[in-house]
Design a protein around this ligand. Structure first.
Ligand code: ADP
Ligand code: MG
Length: 745
């Protein structure tokens, strides 16, 4: 059979360009990155991005940069047209993001591009449409020339119907994933470029998903984008070396922070890049500091002499290599290790006495000493009285009280380990849900005594009798919604309240909480926890109230919601509260009916604010339809809702913004706190359920303390002086002292 030999032909230019474009713009986030870099190169101080279907339908970027000259509009989308490079030797000193003149051309080969731009010298803006690198008429038969239009100085570039001519690629993508990738790019550039305000929104949404200001510092921007829990654990880092001609600076989380995935933001010469060797170096640094499966946040910017870096790489080649790579990374790694080490050895321990007569100064020295011994001499002998239980699963209190509860507890623990939980701070690159509505079927609180109390997820059946154990759900809700981002907070009052909490932080107590190992629930008021050689009593009520206050302030505007299956009339609920002795109502206050109407009207009039800021959902008709979900799988006791509503109307400072937010947060904290419940003689249904809840022999209650409350205290809570001063943490035993006693025996 004759062998057919193909004839070699030169490819058509459009085909060449489309192949090249397909490599440069592989997904919407590549296009966004190129466009953002152009806007930064143009000297913008504000960059606004809007996308439809993750950028696949439309992506648009508006900047306040210097604009494009009208006469350049003819060639701006052609391949290799740039204003940033003239001769090859310019490459040696290039300090702009772009230089190859390929990005706009590529985008115009895979989408329909519109550019609207105005320089300061133009009297009006000019708009032009492009296809395949060339000017293209908006409607067939009309002129393709740029048209004058109204507009501000700067540029807006819109790309529509991305990959309209590459069907397979388009079908392989979905808008949600693409949006997350776009958000990641904007987040990284926002962190790196202080002085530029960034915003990203989905077209059609009123609120942007990301918004940063040009005045915010890097730490503020990171706190805004990744949450204050991360922001407050950042440490600054810098390192340079003349021999290898590089400078680097960055922000790293300290050992107190542990995330679910490694967030590594790396910029080399101001370009967002990936470097597996740099990433591995930081993984190694943190592997000795963080527990297994905990990860840090690292933002690192490296500036390398352009002569030492091969800048002429393909625009999407994110993974970079540079001269002296190994030495530079090793230098940065060593400095990062040193910085982390310094910050962890300068922590303070125990600066506050926890029991009257307890010698704090001696304790501080002693603990420092113990720590030093442990750190410095691995091979020195550790005496028995210094042996510390390090695995929190070892011998808990429950093992000494063998009963059925333990069995249930261990079953529940394994259940919990297999059910997904949501993170406290949903983050931009996480696929996890952000603040959103979590539809939970809760009973009408007004009928809680007679009807069922179910907190199970939607697919669970109704049960007729009340069972308070069900207030604590046995499984994570099945459907957790998935929007992604925290709403940034701009209210100075709330930022001030957050700052107050951070400023009052008591380092000794922070360490104590971070390092504790849960031992067991002692009674309705206290749980026992061990910190190194000491045993402490933690006041469950006080600590949980303080924790939930901080949650209410830090998650402001960002709560998940649990909806009641049926809204409950607030008037009736408030009447229940007024009938309760603890409301201290007396006839001088006026008729209960009137008071209840007044309180209901007040809450209805504030419903928008309550809903938007705190996810307290009040209907126009005066019913309560939902409450914030402060911690996943944790719900307030329904019988406390009437008093919560009454106090919300009467105790909140409705006159000043800051006071108002603070007092609402305090009331929320009171509602959610795990209070010991007094035994009353009355034998009502509610009473029996309360007893159940407060009875430490009930596994659900213990389970909540151990697996929900204490992990929150460990990872989130920022204790202050008052926590230690109020006796919320009390030292009860110290192994050293016990040894002295035993030695005498
Ligand atoms: P490069 O950035 O490599 O030069 P691009 O295709 O990204 O190539 O852009 C081509 C040219 O268009 C740039 O050199 C710049 O002069 C101009 N340009 C692109 N975007 C903007 C913008 N947002 N503002 C001002 N000029 C821009
Ligand atoms: Mg460019």
């Amino acid at each position: 059979m004759a062998l057919e030999i193909g004839k070699i032909c030169k490819l058509d230019e459009v085909v060449i360009n489309r192949i090249a474009a397909g490599e440069v713009v592989q997904r919407p986030c590549n296009a966004i990155k190129e466009l953002v870099e152009n806007s930064i190169d143009a000297g913008s101080d504000s960059i606004t991005v809007s996308v439809d279907d993750g950028g696949l339908k439309m992506l648009q970027i508006t900047d306040t940069g210097h604009g494009i000259r009208k006469e350049d509009l003819v060639i701006v989308c052609e391949r290799f047209t740039t204003s940033k490079l003239k001769t090859f030797s310019d490459l040696r000193s290039i300090n702009t993001h772009g230089f190859r003149g390929e990005a706009l051309a590529s985008i115009s080969h895979v989408s329909f591009v519109t550019i609207q731009t105005k320089t300061v010298y133009d009297k009006c803006a000019w708009a032009a449409h492009y296809k395949d690198g060339k000017l293209h008429p908006k409607k067939p038969g009309t002129s393709a020339d740029p048209k004058p239009c109204a507009g501000n100085t700067g540029t807006t570039i819109t790309a529509e119907d991305l990959f309209y001519n590459m069907g397979t690629r388009k079908r392989a993508m979905n808008g949600r994933d693409e949006f997350n990738k776009v958000a990641h790019v904007i987040t990284c550039y926002a962190v790196h470029n202080t002085g530029i305000a960034f915003s990203l929104k989905k077209s059609g949404d009123n609120m942007p998903k990301i918004r940063t200001t040009s005045k915010a510092s890097k730490i503020d921007t990171i706190s805004n984008l990744y949450g204050p829990a991360l922001g407050k654990e950042l440490i600054e880092f810098s390192c340079d070396d003349k021999n290898f001609a590089f400078k680097s600076s960055g922000l790293l989380t300290n050992a107190n922070y542990s995330g679910k995935s490694f967030r590594f933001l790396l910029f080399i010469n101001n370009r967002l890049v990936e470097s597996s060797s740099a990433k591995k170096a930081f993984e190694a640094v943190y592997s000795s500091v963080l527990p297994k499966n905990s990860y840090p946040f690292v933002y690192l910017s490296i500036e390398i002499d352009p002569q030492n870096i091969d800048v002429n790489v393909h625009p999407t080649k994110n993974e970079v290599h540079f001269l002296h790579e190994d030495e530079i990374i090793a230098g940065i790694q060593a400095k990062a290790q040193q910085t982390l080490y310094k910050c962890s050895t300068s922590r303070n321990y125990y600066t506050q006495a926890r029991l009257p007569g307890f010698d704090m100064a001696a304790a501080v020295e002693e603990v420092k000493g113990t720590k030093k011994v442990r750190e410095e001499t691995e091979n020195t002998r550790v005496y028995d009285h210094e042996l510390v239980r390090t695995d929190c699963n070892q011998t808990k209190l429950d093992l000494f009280i063998a009963n059925q509860a333990n069995k249930i507890m261990s079953e529940k623990t394994s259940e919990l380990n297999t059910t997904p939980t949501t993170s406290l701070f949903t983050t931009l690159d996480s696929e996890k849900p952000g603040p959103s509505s979590k539809k939970m079927k809760l009973p009408n609180p007004g009928t809680a005594n007679s009807s069922r109390a179910s907190t199970s997820s939607d697919n669970k059946e109704n049960i007729d009798t009340i069972n308070v154990e069900e207030f604590i759900p046995k499984e994570a809700p099945k459907s957790v919604n998935n929007p992604t981002h925290r709403r940034p907070i701009y209210l100075t009052s709330v930022l001030a309240l957050q700052e107050e909490i951070c400023k009052a932080r008591h380092e000794g107590a922070v360490d104590l909480l971070r390092e504790h190992k849960f031992v067991g629930v002692a009674n309705t008021q206290y749980a026992l926890a061990q910190v190194r050689t000491k045993l402490y009593l933690f006041d469950i009520g006080k600590l949980s109230e303080a924790l939930f206050y901080q949650k209410a302030i830090f998650d402001f505007q960002n709560f998940d919601i649990f909806d009641f299956s049926e809204p409950s009339p607030m008037h009736e609920l408030i009447m229940i509260a007024l009938d309760d002795e603890s409301s201290s109502w007396n006839p001088d206050h006026g008729p209960k009916e009137e008071l209840a109407t007044f309180a209901t009207d007040l809450l209805v009039s504030r419903r928008e604010m309550l809903d938007d800021y705190f996810s307290i959902m009040v209907t126009k008709e005066g019913s309560l339809s939902g409450l914030p979900l402060l911690v996943d799988q944790y719900y307030p006791l329904l019988h406390q809702i009437p008093m919560f509503l009454l106090r919300l109307a009467t105790e909140v400072d409705w006159d000043s913004e800051k006071g108002c937010f603070q007092t609402i947060a305090q009331e929320i904290a009171k509602l959610y706190a795990m209070r010991p419940i007094e035994q009353e003689s009355d034998n009502s249904a509610t009473q029996s359920t309360q007893n159940k809840m407060s009875d430490p022999n009930i596994p659900d209650w213990k389970f909540t303390v151990e697996h929900i409350l204490f992990p929150q205290l460990k990872s989130f809570f920022v204790p202050d002086q008052s926590v230690t001063a109020s006796g919320a943490i009390l030292q009860v035993a110290d192994l050293h002292d016990l040894y002295k006693v035993f030695e005498r025996c």
